[in-house]
Design a protein around this ligand. Sequence first.
Ligand code: FES
Length: 147
Amino acid sequence: MNRRHFLSKLGWTSFWTAVVGMVAGLARSMYPNVLYEPSRKYKVGYPADFARDVVTPLPGEKLFIYNDSKQGFYAISGICTHLGCVVSKTQEGFFCPCHGSRFDHSGKVKAGPAPRPLPWYRVSLALDGQLVVDAGEEVKPGTTLPI
Ligand code: FES
């Protein structure tokens, strides 16, 4: 193989390597690099399943559902806004066992290192009449689903 032949082969090899790389990159761009998370909308049961003026903890979803006879239904997160521990219900509101944050019944911070109140989530009715909590959509505290 002489020098001219060698350089020609090297050039064509480089060219086809670049073409294959571009085609592979184009094909890869058609499949976005997305992490699919499970839905954070939960059907939590029928309104009649929740006793009036009682807070119902849903440990699996880390939520508390209120059935307030005056305001309607609302949902408050059970995840502490400090470092994410699960809060528990107390007589005064909520308590985080990890670092001692305390929240009132509406989730406002009363004491502790928690920087923000517990979020409220949108509650709606599904077509089958069950309550749906969308833990992916925070709402202003005081937003309820009157039934
Ligand atoms: S995680 Fe709740 S107070 Fe720290």
